[in-house]
Design a protein around this ligand. Structure first.
Ligand SMILES: Cc1cc2nc3c(=O)[nH]c(=O)nc-3n(C[C@H](O)[C@H](O)[C@H](O)COP(=O)(O)O)c2cc1C
Length: 360
């Protein structure tokens, strides 16, 4: 573990915050994380704070109210796995599921707080809440109320943005970057350190095992690349600042960029130029109408583009997925994928993946 001066990492932290980072809590045995896109690092009362904005309906709100502490985890590298975990954790309520285990994340104990640190998002900031403040609704401009606090999705839906925020001022009590050596002998997602002394393997045997694993991985990757012709990029459209859930108009590119937490590679050729959504009751049945518009930004046809939508229940569990047909999108043209979800158990949806045929 490398102790850090947080001031040296501010550009990195702020850059990643815009795309989504994690806030972790632990109350008794219950560990949970949520994704945040808003926050501030600053100084007040001569102390250094990481302040976070948590809506009242979030399970994290309950956890912090009980423990008055949290950790913040920032990725140093946004791999597809990390982007997927951040999207999953930011779109499900953790009350009855274990999001960290679901995403196979590897935990280690916090040092000054009980909330955990996460190996895959190694830059860790440990915080103790010494002050919190409710937003004064009367002072929020109407335009922001309309865009950031739409009232049309029930607040028990993890995607809901109707609740106002509590600002938790977390005094920064420790900041470090986890290193590989911190996890020697630790099982995946064990949450506690496993004693590394258990086996009797000699250093030579360990090297041989390590080299064998590397060789296997290299072969696996070669075979995968040779035979798998589809490139998949996980994409998450849910973001705190988004009006995605209530917005029924086209969004301009810069807002989409802000809303979309994605592997940037897909956005090199495809722009998400529109997301429409409405919730209604048709003949007494709840109906979600959604549409996603993709635009080909290149000067060549994009072949076999497929969009995958996850349908979520009110706990944020995926209960169905809907694939679009494979489409070719001509240069400078667009394609709109329309979906109507009438499943009574459906509470929301998310853009799960955009797939495209790999170039030869
Ligand atoms: C990129 C991104 C940023 C988010 N930022 C925030 C935020 O700053 N505050 C907030 O209350 N919710 C935010 N959310 C939504 C929560 O992460 C989401 O509702 C999550 O399911 C809450 O989990 P919990 O109920 O287990 O605490 C964000 C979601 C995403 C995907």
């Amino acid at each position: 573990m490398k102790q850090i001066d947080i001031n040296e990492y501010l550009p990195k932290i702020m850059g990643e915050l815009k795309k989504g980072i994690l806030v972790n809590t632990k109350n008794g045995d219950k560990t949970n994380s949520m994704t945040i896109g808003w926050g501030q690092v600053g100084i007040e009362w001569g102390k250094m704070f990481f302040s976070i904005y948590v809506r009242h309906g979030r399970f994290t709100h309950e956890q912090i109210e009980a423990t008055k502490e949290f950790t913040v985890s920032v990725p140093l590298e946004r791999t597809p796995e990390v982007a997927k975990a951040i999207g999953y954790i930011g779109s499900r309520n953790g009350r009855e599921i274990d999001k960290l285990t679901d995403m196979n994340l590897t935990l280690s104990d916090g040092k000054e707080v009980k909330s955990p640190a996460i190996k895959e998002l190694p830059l860790t900031i440990e915080c103790k809440v010494i002050y919190s403040q409710e937003q004064n609704i009367d002072n929020i401009p109407q335009e922001i109320k309309d865009s950031c606090y739409p009232q049309d999705v029930p607040s028990d839906n993890p995607m809901a943005n109707r609740d106002y925020h509590t600002v938790y001022y977390g005094e920064i009590v420790n900041a470090y970057i986890l290193e590989e050596s911190d996890f020697a002998g630790v099982g995946v997602n064990s949450g506690t350190t496993v004693n590394a002394e258990s086996g009797n393997k000699s250093p030579k045997a360990l090297w041989i095992t390590l080299l064998s694993i590397l060789l296997l991985l290299a072969c696996g990757s070669y075979i995968y690349n040779k035979f798998n012709k589809t490139q998949t990029y996980s994409t998450v459209v849910r973001e705190e600042m988004s009006t995605v859930y209530s917005n029924t108009g086209l969004m301009n590119d810069s807002r989409v960029e802000k809303f979309v937490n994605t592997n940037p590679k897909i956005l090199e050729s495809v722009a998400i130029t529109g997301i429409k959504e409405s919730y209604s009751r048709v003949n007494g049945k709840q109906t979600i109408d959604a549409a996603i518009t993709l635009q080909n930004k290149t000067d060549k046809p994009l072949n076999d583009i497929e969009v995958v939508i996850n349908v979520l229940d009110k706990r944020g569990r995926v209960i169905d997925d809907i694939d679009s047909e494979d489409r070719t999108i001509e240069p400078n043209s667009d394609y709109t994928f329309n979906i109507q979800i009438t499943d009574e158990k459906a509470a929301s949806w998310e853009l799960a993946e955009i797939k495209k045929e790999k170039e030869e």
